[in-house]
Design a protein around this ligand. Sequence first.
Ligand code: NAD
Length: 426
Amino acid sequence: MRQPGLISAEWDSPLFHQTQTQLDRAAKLISLDENIFQRLRYPQRVLMTSVPFRMDDQRVVVLPGYRVQHNNALGPFKGGIRYHPGVSLGEVSGLAMMMTWKCALMGLPLGGAKGGIRCDPSQMSRNELQRMTRRYTSEIINFIGPDKDIPAPDMGTNEQVMAWLMDTFSQNHGYAIPSVVTGKPIVIGGSLGRVEATGRGVVYTVMEAAKKLKMKLTSKTRVAVQGFGNVGSHAAGKMARIGCRIVAVSNHSGGTFNEKGLSVDDLTAHHQAKKPLSEYKKGEAITNEELLATECDILILAAIDGVVTAPIARQLKCRIMAEGANGPTTVEGDAVLEKRDDIFVIPDILANAGGVTVSYFEWVQGLQNLFWSAKEINQKLQQLMADAFARVDETSRKRKVSMRQAALITGIERVTQAMLNRGFFP
Ligand code: NAD
């Protein structure tokens, strides 16, 4: 029987199309069981909610909120919460699907989810953000929990937002339940190393790629980083600490370039003073397009999805491209990159998996109320990232497919095995 597919305008976003196309292609390569394939093309469950909250001027605004649970064959759902004007059901669904592959690829006992609110957090006060977060949490409260679905930070959210979420959930249950979220402040059960984990993980995969390509990482290694938020700033900081030269950095306001190298600490102070990166005195102002086309050895993408389109992919001048962001390369951009054997791509579900890996550590520590040292966490993280890199590299060589295809195949095959073992209900 031909299946009609669950098409509706809400799903129809570029990121959902991108992730579905990636699944479709990987499924063909591995001749994926048709029943499993149809199930994986859409989330298991989506929750759409309108989130009303009071602004500081007493107006009540109502914004669309989402929590999408893609697959929990391997364990409880896990995925970030995004506050951004571009959030839609399609975007969140695409990101939830990516989380399923990412957790599976890393060997974590977790499924994939994602959530978000369509809003502009940069235009909101702390109190407004708090009221919005608490109401959103109340709307999704029956769908989350330490054994059900565990949110974490993503674009536009941080450990403070996670603390409000944890508190709202706990107040409703009558006792503290820290393990309902990860990426929370350390004092309420957060993990050491979680804040910088995604950026750090990106660098660990870059180190593995450099080893594979017999490339030395020295002060001559030029690094360009798009995005200077959580992922970008920590990835840039760690690249600088291992001795590489950061030549360009950008964010939504533009970027800065200095062939001789930029100080990440100095840039962080400039950024914290809420000054645009393009006004940084010790660099030359550049646009985001110029940053992507910067001549460099390592390009780290740590901003948003859809930035590497086909024309941009043709202009890239890096040796290694590490996708710290989720979905930064479009389907068309990827087709160009697959033909360019001068660029080694570390795909998103591998490169940025450090975040969910330390989130997993945080969840485990919380459940047993026993906390590990930063050294232990970073060592475990580096080991898991190196192991995952090796698995993907091996699949890529054996099957003669790109690193992206190999990462997807590795994740999809694990989820498939779990689904076949568990069987079909009812
Ligand atoms: P963030 O909000 O802390 O930072 C985002 C950065 O991107 C900011 O510097 C912002 O100015 C910049 N940016 C936004 N729009 C841009 C544009 N149009 N052009 C250039 N720069 C732009 O978010 P984050 O947590 O660092 O997340 C960044 C990416 O990494 C997202 O794709 C996110 O899904 C992904 N990611 C984050 C984590 C995590 O643990 N935070 C984990 C895995 C993946």
